[in-house]
Design a protein around this ligand. Sequence first.
Ligand code: HEC
Length: 545
Amino acid sequence: VKRDFKKILLICFVFLGLFLTGYTSLTPSNLSKNSYLKLDSTLIEISEFGGDLDVPWEIVYNPGDNQLWFTEQNGSIFRLNTSSGKKEKIFQLEKIYYKKSTGLFGMALHPNWKETPYVYLVYTDYTIDQDHNDNIFSKVVRYKYNGKTLIEPKNILDHIPGKVFHNGARLAISPDHKLYITTGDIGETHLCQDVTKLNGKILRINLDGSIPADNPFPNNPVWSWGHRNQQGLAFASNGKLYASEHGPATDDEVNLIQKGANYGWPNVHGYCDTENEKAYCADSVITEPLLAWSPTVAVAGLQYYSHDAIPEWKNTLLAANMKGRALRILDLNEAGDKIEQEHIFFQKRYGRIRDVAVAPNGDVYFSTTNTDWHPRNQAFMYDTLPPGGDRIIRLRKANKNILAGLQKKKVPIIREDQEAIQLQSEKFVTDLTGDVMGDGKKLYTLHCAACHQPNGTGVPETFPPLAGTDWVTGNKPRLIRTVLEGMSEPIVVNGQKFEQEMPSFNILSNRELALILTYIRGSFGNKAGEVLENEIFEERKGQKK
Ligand code: HEC
């Protein structure tokens, strides 16, 4: 009888355990477990934290204290207890330049946390010159965590030239304890091919800020060059370094980073595949990306995954996509020098995804960025963003046996997405009708309106207007070259100064460009004549010389 009782008790416990782990949400108030992801064989439980975060930029799991650390672009640093769901703000940068694509970016934690609880941050700071202009620059600062907050700041690398856009900046510490930093081209693309300049590079320094003796250029932190704007950086367990890089309107890249290598920006976009690029690559040693996306998905945070918890994802790169609103899983070959396949998950479900982290137990975390400058100013591109603040999502291997029960209870089970969404716009134009102004408007809406706005007004201080500007209604060859080549030098439009980047649209056909330019020259109150396909053709020919 006694033994039977024990048996019954044991069975009760097993059922209780199953009940608690599988079916109920044993959840703190700000953590909700609401859906599952099913891979070929693994079942993954999805939990959400937050909903009130303000642009989390870097998320890092710290094995040293078992907390998920994250930065917010506004200069705050938090620790998130992922069992209780409680977050604790530990630090706020007092002086920081936080506008558009500036602010607090990457963070790296010292691998020997117990002995040296150091936190490395990269953010934008500023001085104001005599003419009251902001002088923006990025800096890398090391702090010490004293159990409560960050103390004892030490400048590790200062005065990396900055702008309100294209500042990078991710940090990663290699298995042999060197600090790697990505820097953006700040719109001054000539800097990227000059190894004496810090922009458009991956930099490598010792953890105390000194320059390693085995860097490719003596007394120079530059490790690789010819980059545009890299916001993902990850080491694989074998020491290989991968970086993601934002392209202009085409050619987002994932690169395998080699010591002293040139990745080609601004002369090569993506692979060496156009006539001009082939010629350039024949003359210079350019390292091509492992993968390039056109149109861009806005690839940001990157992590290497090698845990047994999710065997389907072993030896892959996890890539966060902002514009693409997805988590992409990139299968590497065994040597790690080729991407063999790409899998897309969670498209449009959580909105824009900026960063990803992996915990020692194989859990994956990723963070959304639906409240930053871009969706606020280009809302037009994102008619499906989830409402509210940003959040952090956890993926954790679940017991497969609960699947049938979940299906019965109609719990949502997500699967891999079968194809990529149309990225440029929700409403992709495939059906031109032959009506010049109507077709021009469709193409304008697709390619230009996100920045210049549907009615051509632009966005003050950021995107110039197309209504009533001489750039649009004046000299046609100059207008055509503007869209073919893009533009990054500061310009004055209707008395206002603009210094953002306009991407090149040479991917569009002569016909598409002629339709767009005809449309903008005859809309928004503009009354200039049409642009013909042949005129685009002539300018393109001139470009090649
Ligand atoms: C990602 C945002 C973005 C997109 C998309 C974009 N532009 Fe621009 N455009 C800009 C910016 C920024 C400038 C100013 C560049 C500078 O300051 O160097 C600009 C400048 C211009 C100018 C010259 C200045 C003016 O206002 O008249 C024209 C003309 C123009 N764009 C047309 C277009 C057309 C046509 C398209 C679509 C094919 C387009 N742009 C798509 C951002 C964009």
